[in-house]
Write a protein that binds this ligand. Structure first.
Ligand code: GDP
Ligand code: MG
Length: 446
């Protein structure tokens, strides 16, 4: 039986850490995937370097290969990079209306990227979803009938457009639009600007002048998701000239894999707020980082496989620990190992999910006001004990406690807390035995 336990614990340690070779091998595939998804080359390099550094040394879960594990790490990073991490601000996927009305939203981007269409889509959203009054104005005097185009779209979504005055320059139209928005008591003014086939100085000067007369709350860079290697240039040019607040990625309904999203995010540092998903005026969605990450990597199956493996190993760990406790073999050394796993797995909150039956220990932790920083202290405390003390915590008298406190840079009170926690876990263990050992676990843990 102890052999079997030993095996379980070997498994618990996983397959060891990811070696540099594992990571580099897997990264070759990732690199190809990113390039195929049309992520701009300099961005591919920077992303790969950053993730490689992060991945080396991380533990490999059982039942997946190191390569699959790397894919999971890459996917997590990509999602976080695209704004879907745990610490992401949900406001990043909404329009910012926090300004004195009329709140100005300025659309910028290359010709044909979808600015005019997106302007109308947002006008519709602002009216229907936010219940706000919007006015839209086209400042595009370059392309014949560009202003007319916005007017027609405005009629379709039933949002007012600024009357067209022939021969007026963009900055003057912007001023007139501001006046008109105020007079009409519009909440939001959408400014649709002109684009060029390529970024040039005249365009940038025009954008700058418009921004300075209209003081936009949002400046949204509209980018065709099919933009490949040029994405970096486009993003860089606009970033330097106008105060971008976000990006809209259009034509996500096509077969673009969305690499432009990563390029844009890297270069502008601004959130991707929306995705355009069709020519129809309701075809706009909040940007979905998870979905786009999956599309960019094109390895969604592997990612979900690894996620499943992570869940399994969590369950295995809980079971193995329960077994050991039921055997009465849970000493401070085990506690320490458990603490380390807790740190790796996301702290105290995680333990709750891992061992739903550890109510006593959890209560003890809560009672002693423990937070995740305490885990580090606890590790140091157990580390300062002799092996004998770890096996037989009852040896810990006042003198020994003092010694351990000094050795771990904590105090006797904290040492007591650790011992108490171990005791509580021991008590939970006895209860498990009373309930008929492992067979009773279901009842206790349920
Ligand atoms: P602008 O030059 O930046 O103002 O671009 P337009 O708004 O005039 O759009 C150019 C073309 O792209 C039009 O035919 C639009 O219907 C189309 N378009 C814009 N957004 C999308 C989108 O999200 N999906 C698809 N399929 N077509 C789009
Ligand atoms: Mg246009």
């Amino acid at each position: 039986l102890s052999d079997r336990l030993g095996n379980v614990f070997d498994r618990l340690k996983g397959r060891g850490a990811l070696s540099e070779q594992d990571v580099r091998d897997a990264m070759r595939e990732i690199r190809v995937a990113l390039l195929e998804a049309d992520v701009a080359l300099p961005v591919v390099r920077r992303f790969i370097d950053a993730v490689t550094e992060k991945a080396i040394g991380q533990d490999v879960l059982k039942s997946v290969t190191p390569g699959q594990q790397v894919v999971k790490i890459v996917d997590d990073e990509l999602v976080a990079m695209l704004g879907g991490g745990e610490d992401a601000d949900p406001k990043d996927r909404e329009l910012n209306f926090a300004a004195k009305p009329p709140v100005v939203i300025m659309m910028v981007g290359l010709q044909g990227s979808g600015k005019t269409t997106t302007t109308a889509k947002l006008g519709r959203l602002i009216k229907q979803k936010h219940g706000k009054k919007a006015l839209m104005a086209s400042l595009d005097v370059n392309r014949p009938a560009a202003q007319e185009q916005l007017k027609v779209l405005g009629e379709q979504v039933e949002v007012a457009t600024l009357p067209i005055v022939e021969g007026q320059q963009p900055v003057d139209i912007a001023r007139r639009a501001m006046e008109s928005a105020k007079l009409q008591a519009a909440d939001v003014l959408l400014l649709d600007t002109a684009g060029r086939l390529h970024v040039d100085e005249a365009l940038m000067a025009e954008m700058k002048a418009i921004a300075s007369v209209s003081a936009p709350t949002e400046v949204l860079l509209v980018v065709d998701s099919l933009t490949g290697q040029d994405a970096v240039n486009v993003a860089q040019s606009f970033t330097g000239e106008v105060p971008l607040t976000g990006v809209v990625l259009t034509r996500m309904d096509g077969d673009a894999r969305g690499g432009a999203a990563l390029s844009m995010r890297y270069v502008t540092g601004k959130p991707i707020k929306f995705a355009g998903t069709g020519e129809k005026l309701d075809a706009i969605e909040a940007f979905d980082p998870k979905r786009v990450a999956g599309r960019i990597l094109g390895m969604g199956d592997v990612v979900s496989l690894v996620e499943k493996a992570a869940e399994t190993i969590k369950a295995d760990e809980a079971e193995a620990l329960a077994k050991k406790m039921a055997q009465g073999k849970f000493d401070l050394e085990d506690l320490r190992m458990q603490l380390r796993q807790m740190q790796n797995m996301g702290g105290l909150g995680m333990l709750a999910g891992m061992l739903p039956g550890m109510k006593k220990a959890k209560a003890a932790m809560a009672a002693s006001n423990m937070d995740d920083r305490v885990l580090l202290h606890m590790d140091a405390i157990i580390g300062s004990m002799t092996p004998k003390e770890r096996k037989r915590p009852e040896l810990m008298n006042a003198k020994r406690k003092k010694r351990v406190a000094a050795g771990s840079g904590t105090d006797v009170q904290t040492v007591n807390k650790v011992l108490k926690m171990h005791q509580e876990m021991g008590r939970a263990m006895k209860q498990i035995k009373k309930m008929g050992g492992l067979k009773g676990l279901g009842a206790l843990f349920g």
